[in-house]
Design a protein around this ligand. Structure first.
Ligand code: ADP
Ligand code: MG
Length: 408
């Protein structure tokens, strides 16, 4: 059996016109004699009646006393509604199909409600349905614990459902259908002339996704990497096959003097607060005291920079007040810079290529953008800028590295 997994995101199943496109892609795969698992997200975005964001808002307004277990029961409904809607359309087309919840599909998770992780998959039921010639319409974003409790997988969870199934079924490809042409050199909502990438490696897209490119969830890519299941990120609206994600670079298609792409893309993450704590004369345990206090209070820290005169780090805006109060209670006088943004220049080829940092500095200086902090690894250079400068910073960097030229 040649098995394919198709995943359709929330915007891809939001309207009757779009759902017609979904049926079109399903028919296409059937014409190519593929057994098909179709993973769906909840329909639409915030404000749409059955969207995940709408359910989250509802819980915020009416469900204060719900335990995480009950919240997950509620949250899992969006995908079930979406899957059932699609099933009905397939019935009308005479395409035999079966709807399964994540639990019924054998997706077993830990019991970390609202952000559960898949521990194992038993795809026997899915295989059985496929062998009988049925399309399996699978509610994404959910699983069940070994005790049978319903769990959800957190943001981007349907991507994870799709690649996990792809791995378990040894699928020939996992198609992630979405509202853009593929993985692009920047978020097309910010950079108008962002170019679609024809191929990227798992590592490149993982780096992009971890740094804020929300086009695919990094956990989903990590899963696919385990068995090298190819992923294609593509548009529901077109028949182009989009971006192919594999472990192999098509060397002849990438630019750069060493035959490897230097920069893959620019990403951004908004709503972070920079916290600076100055060290007192002769004080060496500052960082230990501060980071221990953050950890004990469950505040995740990022962008850490330590030097003898003090430390600087970032937290999400929504925990900034809490972090400040903790630091004050320990006798520190922290300096907070709210609403900053982390902009990342990502590329597996950055390491050892001279001049990348100087071009970043040049691009930002040209636009009068102040760098509040910076850091680098062998695949990424991060700069922290004021939130108001974020869009300009991304655009300027994108242009400086010639990513608008569709050489890719
Ligand atoms: P879905 O509902 O299909 O899962 P998402 O909203 O999760 O869709 O992901 C698609 C969106 O990701 C696009 O509309 C785009 O704005 C955004 N995005 C961010 N960075 C990138 C990038 N580098 N390439 C493509 N899309 C990106
Ligand atoms: Mg998504």
């Amino acid at each position: 059996m040649n098995i394919r997994v198709h995943k359709f995101g929330g915007t891809s199943v939001a309207t009757p016109e779009l759902r017609t496109r979904v049926i079109h892609h399903i028919k296409q795969a059937r014409a190519e004699k593929c057994a098909l698992v179709v993973v769906v997200s909840a329909m639409g975005r915030k404000g749409d009646p059955y969207a995940t964001d709408t359910f989250i808002e509802w819980i915020g307004q009416n469900g204060h006393s719900l335990s995480p277990r009950e919240q997950d029961l509620l949250l899992s409904c969006g995908e079930i509604i979406s899957a059932s809607t699609l099933s009905s359309l397939l019935n009308e087309e005479g395409i035999s199909n079966t709807v399964l919840t994540g639990g019924q599909a054998g997706i077993i998770t830990n019991n970390k409600y609202t952000d559960a992780q898949i521990v194992t998959i038993n795809p026997a039921r899915v295989r059985e349905e496929l062998e009988q010639g049925n399309v399996v319409v699978l509610a994404g974003f959910q699983g069940r614990t070994t005790e049978g409790e319903v769990t959800t997988l957190g943001r981007g969870g349907s991507d994870t459902t799709a690649t996990a199934l792809g791995v378990a079924l040894e699928a020939e490809v996992v198609d992630i259908f979405t509202d853009v042409e593929g993985i692009m050199t920047a978020d097309p909502r910010i950079v108008e002339d962002a170019s679609p990438l024809e191929t990227v490696t798992y590592t490149e897209i993982c780096n992009l996704a971890f740094q804020g490119a929300k086009v695919i969830h990094p956990r989903a890519v990590e899963l696919a990497m385990q068995t090298n299941v190819p992923i294609r990120v593509r548009s529901t609206m077109s028949d182009h096959t989009g971006t192919l994600v594999t472990n192999i670079h098509e060397k002849d298609k990438v630019a750069g003097e060493v035959g490897e792409r230097v920069i893959t893309g620019i990403t951004q993450m908004a709503n972070v607060t920079q916290i600076k704590v100055a060290a007192k004369e002769g004080e060496y345990d500052l960082q230990f005291t501060v980071f221990k206090a953050m950890a004990e209070n469950g505040i995740s820290v990022d962008f850490i920079s330590i030097n003898p005169s003090g430390i600087a780090y970032t937290v999400y805006d929504h925990v900034a007040e809490q972090a400040r109060d903790i630091l004050r209670s320990l006798g520190f006088e922290p300096e907070l810079h709210r609403s900053c943004a982390k902009v990342s220049v990502v590329g597996a080829g950055i390491a050892g290529v001279p001049g990348v940092m100087s071009r970043i500095a040049e691009a930002l200086t040209e636009k009068d953008i102040q760098i509040l902090q910076s850091a680098d690894s062998h695949t990424t250079i991060w700069v922290l800028v004021k939130g108001d400068d974020m869009v300009n910073a991304v655009r300027s960097l994108h242009h400086k590295f010639d990513l608008h030229k569709a050489y890719i």
